[in-house]
Design a protein. Structure first.
Length: 383
């Protein structure tokens, strides 16, 4: 088979959907090297390199309109390119398909990550909600198969959009195989020096947005500032919300306990933008804290489980699907419970060890092989 993909996020998104497609390509080429994989992307960047794989290629717009208007090319102009290619299946990996792709005769699958904008409409403006809703409904109607990344997302697609249950396949994602590697002490030391990491730290990995709830970690740290002085390392960026948490920590005399790696000079290097340094950052942390209010999946939880890192997570949406019994759960607004868990993990080595061993067992439910098999099963069913 020659399978085509929406490659925009691979080249333009440093986290989230970018990690999803980059990991998917790495995993499929590892377990199914007999197939060809083609990315269709509006712009080339250093975030992804097809030369790293023997059987992966990329197609970019060649015409003047396509180069000048990449958004138009991706939604409309790309269909002509797809029709003229040799792909058997096109997989829209980020909630959408190009308009009128059904006219090409190419079989299609679309991955829907979540429809959070329907559950929390107040966090999106009207235009955003309209565009997201229109794209997802159009994609689910046009696709030969819909891939949901969790039971939560499948249930939401059925309840909100009446997508036929038999059209939806749940494909639990794995994470980038680099998180399954044990980083040497020497490499850890290099990364620690590169980012000036403290001896002990908690870790938060996500975009900094209201739903991601970084503020609740800061409030928990403030609550126990006289009992524990362990800082929080943050991988992720934001605008208004980032400034708000910085202000919160500054007003409480704790500005030095919030370490935003995206603001440091090394974050501009490929080792950071491609996540190559992340396993070493994970494996030196005390715990991952993931207080999100709602998630379609929660990839950082899985990255932490593979990294041998204890997990403290909110108890909402799909997160217990991923963490199983290997995480400590709290209500996303319960600052006191979160503070209690942070103190426990930092001070109780036996608890931390139990969480690590349970985490490794839980991670086996999300191996790269199981992930690749589930995706390939969908491809084969629609051909």
């Amino acid at each position: 088979m020659n399978i085509g993909y929406d490659g925009k996020r691979a080249y333009q998104n440093k986290t989230g959907l970018g990690n999803y497609i980059r990991s998917l390509i790495a995993i499929l080429t590892q377990h199914y090297p007999q197939h060809q994989y083609t990315l269709f992307a509006p712009k080339k960047t250093d975030l992804f390199d097809v030369a790293a794989f023997k059987n992966v290629s990329a197609i970019f717009p060649e015409s003047f309109p396509g180069k000048q208007f990449p958004g138009w090319w991706r939604r409309r102009g790309m269909v002509k390119t797809i029709a003229g290619s040799s792909i058997d299946i096109y997989h829209g990996v980020s909630n959408e398909l190009p308009l009128h792709i059904e006219r090409t005769g190419v079989k299609t699958a679309v991955t829907i990550h979540d429809i959070i904008f329907e559950r929390f409409p107040e966090t999106y403006n009207f235009d955003e909600r309209y565009v997201h809703r229109h794209k997802i409904k159009q994609a689910c109607k046009a696709a030969d198969a819909v891939i949901a990344i969790s039971e939560q997302t499948k249930a939401d697609l059925i309840n909100f959009y009446k997508v036929p249950q038999e059209k939806i396949a749940i494909c639990y994602q794995s994470c980038n195989p680099i998180f399954q590697q044990t980083i040497t002490d020497a490499q850890k030391a290099i990364v620690k020096k590169r980012y000036q990491l403290p001896g002990e730290y908690f870790l938060f990995v996500s975009s900094i947005a209201p739903r991601k709830n970084l503020a609740v970690i800061c409030k928990a740290m403030i609550l126990m500032k006289d009992k524990m002085d362990i800082p929080l390392v943050v991988i992720g960026n934001g605008k208004k919300e980032k400034e708000e948490v910085k202000k919160l920590m500054h007003e409480n005399g704790m500005a030095n306990r919030l370490i935003l790696l995206n603001e440091l000079p090394p974050s501009k290097a490929l080792e950071f933008t491609t996540a190559a340094d992340f396993p070493a950052i994970y494996q030196q942390a005390l715990a991952l804290i993931y207080p999100s209010i709602f998630e379609g999946f929660g990839a950082p939880l899985l990255e932490a489980l593979w990294s041998g890192l204890p997990v403290i997570s909110s108890n909402t949406s799909s997160l217990p699907e991923v963490g199983g019994d290997a995480a400590l759960y709290f209500s996303p607004g319960d600052t006191e419970q979160l503070a209690h868990y942070m103190l426990q993990v930092a001070s109780d080595s036996e608890l931390a060890g139990t969480l690590r061993s349970k985490g490794f067992e839980q991670a086996q439910l999300f191996t790269t092989e199981k992930y690749a098999d589930s995706i390939m099963k969908v491809y084969k069913q629609i051909l």
